[in-house]
Design a protein around this ligand. Sequence first.
Ligand SMILES: [Zn+2]
Length: 308
Amino acid sequence: MLPAYISHPDCSQHEMGAHHPECPDRIAAIRDQLLISGLLDYMHPYDAPLATAEQLARAHSLLHVRELAAKSPTTGYEQIDPDTWMNPHTYRAALRAAGAAVLATDLVVRGDAPVAFCNVRPPGHHAERESAGGFCFFNNVAVGIRHALDVHGLQRVALIDFDVHHGNGSEDILHDDARVLMCSTFEENLYPFFGSEPKGPNMVNVPLPARAGGAAFREAVDICWLPALDAFQPEMIFISAGFDGHREDDMSHLGLVEADYEWVTRQIMQVAARHAKGRIVSCLEGGYVLSPLARSVVAHVKVLIGAD
Ligand SMILES: [Zn+2]
C-alpha cells in the first residue's frame, strides 16, 4: 500500500497568459523534483479523474458550475477577475483538480493509500460557493471534504491551510459546517484582504504580520492550531498546501523556508496519527517561484510519506 501521487496532463493545459505566476510549469517543476529526490519511487501514481457535477455541488451551487462551463472560451481567454482567466482548457483542468481531491479521498478512506498528494492546478482555496477568483475555479479541498463527509460518512474532518493567503473560499463554503474544523495561517494585508475575523466558531484563523518568519509561524501552529485539532479529534485531515510563504517567493513577505514546511507537516502527521488513523489528503495551492516551490513540496512530501 503506497502513498498516492495524483496529477493529470490536463492540469498543464490551463494557462492565464505568458507572464502569469500561476503557470503550467509549476506542475512539471514539482514532478521533476519529486522524481529526482527519489520520492516518486515510493508513491503510486494515479491520473486525476474529472469531478462530476454531483461531486462539485457538495461545495458549490450548481449555478456556479454551469456558469463556469458556459464561460469556457473556445479560443483566447475569458476574464474571471483581475488576476484570473480561463483558456479553452481551464474548465477541464479545474474538473481534474477537484477530481483529484475526490480520488485521493476515496483511496485514503478505503485504505488503498495511507496518504495522498495531489499535484494539480488550478488551485482551489479562493473559490467560494458561488464564485471563482484568486486563480481558483472550484474549491478542490472543499469538494474532497464534502465527499469524505457526505459519501463516506465521516463525522469530523479537519482542513489545514498553510498557504500564505487566507483560504477565503474554503471558509465561505465550510464556516457553517460543524463537521469541519479549519485551521489557517496567512500573511495579513495580502489578498484576499480579510480572514482576521473568523466567519464561524469552527474557523481558527491566525493572521501573521509581514516578515513574521518561521518562529512566529510555528508558535501560531503550537498555540492556536494544535490544541483546537486535539479537541476536535478529526477522523481525517485535508491540507491546502500552499508554499508561497517561502522567503524566495515574491508573492509574500512571511519568510518561511523548507524546514518550516517540513516541521508543520510533521505536526499534522502527529495529529493524524493520534486521531485520524494517519489519514491525510494534501492538495497543492500556491507557490510561484519554481525552485523554492519544488524544494518545499519535496520537504512536505518527504515527511508526508514517511521517507524522512
Ligand atoms: Zn497563496
